[in-house]
Design a protein around this ligand. Sequence first.
Ligand code: NAD
Ligand code: DAU
Length: 336
Amino acid sequence: MKWLVTGGAGFIGSAFIRLALREGWAARVVNLDKLTYAGNLENLAEVQEDARYRFVHGDICDTALVARLLEEERPEAIVHFAAESHVDRSILGPAAFVETNVRGTFSLLEAARAAGVERFVHVSTDEVYGSIEEPHEADETWPLRPSSPYSASKAGSDLLALSYFATFRLPVIVTRASNNYGPYQFPEKLIPLMISNALEDKPLPIYGDGMQVRDWLYVEDHCRAIRAALEKGEPGEIYNIGGSRALPNRRVVEMILDILGKPYSLMQAVKDRPGHDRRYAITTEKLEKISGWRPAVPFEEGLERTIRWYQENAGWVARVKSGEYLRYYEQNYAGR
Ligand code: NAD
Ligand code: DAU
């Protein structure tokens, strides 16, 4: 199989490409990425000389470029990760989210339809369901109630993708995963932000009371689930992908501080995120039933591995925490 991966220089896309080539999931992988602040070719150093791999610098909104690429490469499947992915940034500036997540997905769907692609995996998120009241867990039929411009743009793109199956029979599969963590995650998201600030003895900003619940999924478990959905999933279907490890944010940060031997006094309560979802919770039985996939990495082990990676890759962290990152940090956290 030949695959086109979009957004493969980001956190999850790069993990997917590294695993796919390391374990021979595909004969060829073409990576189309715009290299926004979140895209980093250092994440792909392991595969850059691999003859089965090609990088193309470009925007998924550029329909002509995507059409040319599909004509040239004729991939059987598209695995679509490319997105603006951070909720706080979608509050500071929603336009890029509508552009890439909605219009970009539309442009890809159009090109995929014209090229007759055999599988289109649209990588989405459990955030489209919005906050889930205890004791419920959302299955794939749960109503969509997105709270942020990010999750609304993802919900919009999910519906567009599914409409291409209903209307044009484009073989679309939608996956909705919970919070990922692991090596190479941009230090704007909770876990890498807390690790890197704690390593520098900087304050750890906890939004509101810190009792919001997220379900943590190790990034490689997510990648294996996407492969399972691609190979075993039914076109037109949605598959939730959860980590089966729900924890309040404050507890996650305490675990990080315990592993690093740093004091809890580094935690600093700050003004809450507007529209902040209180709790995410999903069931993953549908994918488990068709593929046997289960999350394999326990949270404690995944967290230790992740912390070790950030300790051993201080150069990577220093490079991504310069320039644009410092401006974003100031904008998001100053005066909070
Ligand atoms: P990320 O922000 O780390 O990476 C996004 C990548 O997409 C970057 O390489 C960026 O350069 C690229 N990109 C952005 N706009 C583009 C465009 N217009 N054209 C081409 N490339 C573009 O994101 P991530 O955390 O790896 O998330 C990947 C996907 O998984 C997203 O669709 C996200 O919604 C979804 N997801 C993420 C999580 C999570 O916890 N991180 C959980 C569930 C689902
Ligand atoms: O649920 C899947 C989603 O998980 C993905 O679709 C998104 O791409 C991904 O960013 C993530 O969204 P969250 O908003 O849940 O992730 P984030 O890491 O930004 O925040 C996790 C929780 O931690 C959330 O309740 C907000 C809180 N938080 C976050 C930051 C950055 C803090 O308390 N302080 C912080 O500084």
